[in-house]
Write a protein that binds this ligand. Structure first.
Ligand SMILES: [Zn+2]
Length: 384
């Protein structure tokens, strides 16, 4: 069984696993893990209106402590393949770089975790002093309804208990060791709908222009920060992304105006507190005029894994291997860690994210070796 992360990464990159296609990636992982003595489960989840998606859960060991590696083998589409220097599903290496869709996000990191675990097991008689598992989904880059959220629920229902989890998303801006993510902001989408009364633009007194009111409400909602940030988070932010009236004529006051917005929020807020705050600001600005806010359902809650022994262990392993003390960050978009945080503390550390979702996505083969060494050190310390 090969414990070479570069060879494993190349094999994974050759699986065309654009969401929701499995592409052979989970089968490959399952084969390697089963060969190492893991009990491997392939589970397919369904949801009305969404494609079925394959997931994998594999565990070795029956006792605690239980460390899980989480991740996804699905990838975003490669776009125009002709624009790639090396074909996106060929796993080619040139000048020390491994090219391919998913190289950093995040098949490369899965290959590193797998290689580190195989090495750790080989050095310890084939069994961990506790349990190691892999929770790998094929539904992260899409709408993420048939992936980690259901896989964790499924595992919990069969009695799986996790002590800690490492999610190998690409967290480093420039160099391996730059950044560990210990939390993520929550995300909430909504549409502001302002009703008015249509009429002739020359007779505004006979109409009720919703454009005036939506401008006032938008200004009021944006005028003050939602909070001033917290110990581990930047201030929450509300950003309008679209204003829509759809009026083809210049001399008609329209009957309705809409504006869409997104809020990225920190641990000073909940969805309920944000809704109350924004609704109150809007109501004041509307001065009795008609409006409503349609809030979309969201499964992207804010979370924070408080710094402590586990975060210290991970950061210590990174510092010892790379010579860099990683920043503890909660920046960026949401991740599947939001679905894991309800089961155990989770931190994210993976490869360099500079080329994720881009043409010519690539990872330095040296980084694959280095990340494997970091994961290996984490395992050795965790099961010491
Ligand atoms: Zn990812």
């Amino acid at each position: 069984m090969s414990a070479d992360p570069i060879a494993l990464a190349r094999e994974l990159l050759r699986c065309p696993s654009v969401t929701p296609a499995e592409g052979g990636a989970l089968a490959l992982l399952g084969k390697v893990l089963a060969g190492a003595g893991f009990a491997v489960h392939r589970v397919t989840f369904s949801e009305p209106g969404a494609a079925d998606v394959d997931n994998l859960y594999a565990r070795i060991g029956g006792a605690g402590p239980h460390l899980a590696f989480a991740g996804h083998t699905d990838v975003v589409p490669p776009g125009d393949e002709a624009r790639w220097r090396h074909a996106p599903f060929a796993g080619e290496i040139a000048d020390g770089m491994l090219f391919g869709r998913g190289a950093v996000d995040m098949k490369g990191a899965i290959a590193c975790a797998l290689a580190a675990v195989l090495d750790h097991l080989a050095a310890n008689g084939g069994r961990p002093r506790g349990s190691i598992s892999f929770a790998i989904t094929g539904d992260e880059e899409g709408i993420a309804v048939n992936g980690t959220v259901k896989l964790m629920k499924w595992a919990a229902a069969r009695g799986e208990r996790f002590d800690h989890c490492i999610l190998g998303e690409p967290t480093n801006p420039k160099r391996l060791g730059d950044m560990v993510k210990i939390g993520r902001r929550g995300s909430l989408n909504a549409t502001l709908v302002v009703a008015g009364t249509e009429g002739h633009v020359a007779y505004p007194a006979l109409a009720d222009n919703p454009v005036r009111r939506i401008v006032a409400i938008m200004s009021a909602v944006m005028a003050e920060p939602l909070d001033n940030g917290s110990d581990h988070f930047d201030p929450s932010n509300l950003e309008f992304t679209s204003v829509d009236v759809g009026n083809p004529t210049i001399n008609v006051i329209p009957p309705e105006a809409r504006a869409r917005f997104n809020i990225r929020y920190n641990d000073r807020h909940t969805k309920a507190s944000l809704k109350a705050l924004v609704e109150a600001r809007a109501a004041t600005a509307a001065q009795g005029g008609r409006f409503r806010i349609d809030w979309e359902p969201s499964n992207a809650d804010v979370f924070l894994t408080l710094p402590g022994a586990f975060v210290d262990l991970v950061c210590g392993a990174i510092a010892e291997t790379t010579g860099r003390a990683p920043e503890l960050s909660t920046s960026g978009g949401t991740s599947d860690a939001r679905f894991i945080k309800d089961y155990c503390p989770v931190v994210e550390f993976g490869l360099v994210n500079a080329t994720m979702h881009k043409t010519d996505e690539q990872v330095a083969t040296a980084d694959l070796a280095l990340l494997t060494a970091i994961y290996r050190r984490i395992l050795d310390r965790y099961f010491a």
